[in-house]
Write a protein that binds this ligand. Structure first.
Ligand code: CTP
Length: 397
């Protein structure tokens, strides 16, 4: 099994701002996840929270001074960021963003940001006018263009008793964003088309046939694909699953609409992943008006829908096609039959009872080499594993 990587060591930079207290919680989350955290504070940050707090939480010395880093070769600013998976500056003040944007290196944190080899992420935190100021916006645009990931800010209550944009993201959101940014870019430059969620086949204006797919697995996979460096377009049925950062979404309702949306875009993708629970049948006709109740039995005549995945996989030059199969019994045998029938290089099979509506899933991978069972895990963790498995099977890799 290809394991998704979790960062091993993070440099957490703290600059002057009241949101420095949230960095204490972020430190705790990193440590709890087994990640080593080296905290580096600017002089201004020490006015808000003392280094002792982060030292106690990280279990490591907190660094504040460019000239006192304790390094053997007096090159502490290089040493600290060497081997780190990322530098995360949270909170990042308006002043520190300005420094970063202009390449200043007049204290330990700005120096090691400039001397880094790893990704840099910054979580702005400031008053709403400071955030909206043209100078800050110019600096943020410059930093984004330079490849710095800007996380947030959020909108809400600010420390200055005002309401607006400028609040630092919560520690849990920052933690997830940092782990996401540290995923290996195994699908760099690939274009992925993905279906997710259930379809809804109308009977009349208020009724229809659907299924209990939540769309969670599809969107977890879309997120993992985006984290791995690919562009992702999700054709989504009716689902309340939020659209992950970096993912483009087209909403559809019926199997016919999903098929049309996929066929219109399939030429522009290298990989097609069908996670949607597409209705296999749809009413032959839709009642224009609401069907009225009567004592007589009601018959709805259904006709088969187009099999989107099989249609894509049987094209003369198909993208790399991955199918999902939810079976209620005999998962591996029925899954393998389905894989052969649909001509798929890879099929992800699971027991329907294990996945529907749940936040976890337990799957078996079926390909020409046979069956590989993966342990039960959360859907995002599983999605990251699946991305690694797909990447290593791609032709030419
Ligand atoms: N699929 C599709 N279009 C359909 C039906 C299914 O693209 N009309 C895709 C699903 O997204 C999934 C795979 O085919 O990736 C298998 O779906 P599943 O419902 O398990 O299989 P079916 O072909 O519908 O067969 P059955 O319902 O009889 O198990």
């Amino acid at each position: 099994m290809v394991r998704p990587s979790s960062p091993a060591r993070i440099v957490l930079g703290i600059t002057g701002g009241i949101a420095a207290y949230k960095a204490a919680e972020l430190t705790r989350l990193f440590v709890k996840a087994g990640i080593t955290v080296d905290v580096v504070m600017t002089a201004a940050a020490t006015h808000f929270v003392t280094p002792t707090t982060y030292q106690a939480l990280s279990g490591r010395a907190v660094l504040t001074d460019l000239w006192e880093s304790g390094s053997r070769n007096a090159m502490g600013h290089i040493d600290i960021s060497r081997g780190a998976d990322a530098i995360v500056v949270a909170p990042a003040s308006a002043d520190f963003l300005a420094k970063l944007a202009n390449g200043h290196a007049d204290d330990l944190l700005s120096t090691l940001c400039l001397a880094r080899e790893c990704p840099l992420l910054a979580a702005p935190a400031m008053n709403r006018q400071m955030w909206a100021n043209a100078a800050t916006q110019r600096n943020v645009a410059r930093l984004r263009a330079d490849g710095v990931a800007i996380l947030g800010p959020d909108t809400g209550e600010l420390a200055c008793n005002e309401h607006g944009e400028g609040r630092m993201l919560e520690a849990g959101d920052l933690f997830a964003a940092v782990v996401a940014a540290c995923q290996p870019k195994v699908l760099n430059g690939r274009r992925v088309l993905l279906t997710a969620g259930p379809t809804f086949e109308a009977i009349d204006p208020v009724r229809g046939i659907t299924n209990s797919s939540s769309g969670k697995m599809g969107f977890a996979l879309a997120q993992a694909v985006a984290e791995a460096g690919a562009s992702v377009l999700v054709v989504a049925g009716r689902t309340s699953a939020p659209t992950p950062w970096g993912v483009t979404r087209v909403d559809v309702t019926s199997a016919r609409q999903m098929a049309d949306a996929v066929m219109a875009r399939v030429d522009e993708c290298d990989i097609f992943i069908a996670v949607a629970a597409v209705a296999d049948y749809t009413p032959t006709s839709v009642h224009e008006q609401k069907v009225k109740k009567s004592d007589a039995a009601l018959t709805v005549t259904l006709e088969p829908t187009i099999d989107i995945l099989a249609t894509v996989a049987s094209r003369p030059k198909p993208p790399y096609c991955v199918g999902f199969a939810a079976e209620s019994q005999d998962v591996e045998r029925l899954g393998e039959e389905k894989r052969k029938r649909k001509k798929l290089p890879l099929l992800v099979a699971n027991r329907a009872q294990d996945a529907l509506g749940s936040d976890e899933n337990e799957v078996t991978l079926l390909d020409d080499a046979g069956a590989t069972r993966l342990p039960r895990m959360g859907k995002l963790a599983l999605a990251r594993v699946l991305v690694g498995e797909i990447a290593r099977r791609l032709p030419g890799t």
